[in-house]
Each structure stands twice: as C-alpha cells, then as structure tokens.
Design a binder for this molecule. Structure first.
Ligand SMILES: C[S@@+](CC[C@H](N)C(=O)[O-])C[C@H]1O[C@@H](n2cnc3c(N)ncnc32)[C@H](O)[C@@H]1O
Length: 231
C-alpha cells in the first residue's frame, strides 16, 4: 500500500501539505517554473511523452502553470491537449502562459481534481502528470480515475521527484545543473511527502493496469502504466 509506505514524516507532510497550491504560492511557483532548470525539464518530459503518443488526446493532471503543455504543443501539434488543476489560481496562471505563447486555440485548461475528472470513460490516448502525484491525498482513487478516462491500451506517465535518488542520477544532476542548483532543489523539496520508486509502483493496482514500472527521465522518476487493451 503506497500510502502506508511513506515514512511517518512523509505521511505527516502529506497531511499538512495543501492538495492544491493556493493563490500567492501559485504566483511564486509560476515564476520558478519559468527558470531554465524547469524549462529544460519540461522539454525533456515532452520528448519522452512523444515517444509514447504523438496524436490523439492528451490530459495533463496537476498542470500547474501549464508550462509542460507548451513544449508538448510544439513537439506534437497533432495532439489535442487538455490540462487540469485542482487549484483555480494555477489554472489562471496556466491560461495566461498559454495565451502568451499564442497557443490558446490548441490547449484547453480547466479546474478539476485528479480524483474526479470531468471527462467520459475511455476518452484520452495518454494521461501525464509532472511533479503533482506527491500532492494527491488519495492517490489510489486517482489511479482508478486515470484508468477510467484512458482508452484501452492507453498509457499514463506520472513523473515526480522521489526520495532516495540513485547516486548516478544525483551525479548527472550536479553535472547538468551544478551543485548550487541541486542544493536549491533540495531546499525546496526536503519537506515534501515524496515517494520512492517502490512506493510509487505500489500505488497502482495490478488488476487495473497491465504495465506498472518506473523509469528515470532526467531527475524525475516516471511511474509508467498501461491500461489493458481488453478490459
Ligand atoms: C508542484 S506543482 C507542479 C505543476 C506542473 N505540473 C509542473 O510540473 O510544473 C503541483 C500541482 O498539482 C496540483 N494538484 C495537487 N493535487 C492535485 C489533484 N488532486 N488534482 C489535480 N491537481 C492537483 C497543484 O495545485 C499544483 O498546481
């Protein structure tokens, strides 16, 4: 059980952390997300997503300021892109960023939580999420909801920072971003209720998904799921 496998500190932090980012913090996060380390991360994730799906319908859960959807649109213009976030303030930031990039016609954003997605069954070809999973209060219910909106055979790619990053990944991070930025990242995240790759895997019910494994994409661990073709 993924929830139980968080440390006591992780469980406490998950309880204390607000699920949706409130208005003031949304502005701060929006500013941070425009810095080079974040923008490089969004490009890397978009490249990874396109390997799984480059046409059809994509949903980004916990889209925050919507900055991942922008390189997604550039890299896969045939994807119909939708972002949702539980925080209304974040949806406002996302709409502004998408308008500034001139992509309002191609990207929709709306307020919704991962546990209750306002879409019909079997609607999306791919569901993605970046740095949001650790905020979800009821991750198992959210996984079931992701499966519901995915088409049979569709993939879910849930990228997040985790605890216990392998030494090689940390060394790669220091090489790419420098020790100072890695320290800032740690400062930003030491109190976050992060999973580790094993507890991430245990969030997904093997009865619901035929593929469940984790992979590294830059500094993020990606929980990779596939809904069976025959359901
Ligand atoms: C750290 S931000 C990441 C934003 C963006 N995906 C990124 O990579 O920059 C986490 C986002 O997840 C949203 N969030 C948290 N819990 C959520 C939930 N249950 N459903 C939808 N969004 C959620 C928060 O409001 C916040 O905008």
């Amino acid at each position: 059980m993924g929830q139980e496998r968080l440390s006591w500190f992780g469980r406490l932090m998950q309880r204390l952390h607000p699920e949706g980012i409130p208005a003031g913090a949304a502005k701060v996060y929006n500013a941070l997300s425009g810095t080079s380390i974040f923008l490089r991360h969004y490009d890397l994730v978009a490249e990874d997503v396109v390997k799984f799906c480059s046409a059809g319908r994509l949903l980004d859960i916990g889209t925050g300021p919507g900055r991942l959807l922008i390189p997604m649109y550039r890299q896969a213009p045939q994807l119909e892109l939708t972002g949702v976030d539980i925080s209304e303030a974040m949806v406002v930031e996302a709409a502004k960023n998408i308008a500034a990039a001139g992509m309002s016609d191609g990207i929709r954003v709306r307020q919704a939580g991962a546990k209750q997605l306002p879409f019909e069954d079997n609607y999306f070809d791919i569901v993605i999420s970046s740095a949001s999973l650790h905020h979800w209060k009821e991750p198992k219910e959210c996984m079931a909801e992701i499966r519901r909106v995915l088409k049979p055979g569709g993939a879910a790619l849930l990228y997040d920072l985790v605890k216990n990053m392998p030494k090689e990944i940390l060394a790669e991070g220091r090489r790419k971003y420098g020790g100072y930025r890695m320290f800032l990242l740690w400062l930003h995240s030491f109190e976050e209720p992060f999973y580790n790759p094993e507890s991430m895997v245990s969030l997904a019910d093997p009865k619901l998904f035929e593929t469940i494994h984790t992979r590294w994409v830059g500094l993020l661990c990606c929980l990779t799921l596939r809904k069976p073709i025959v359901v």
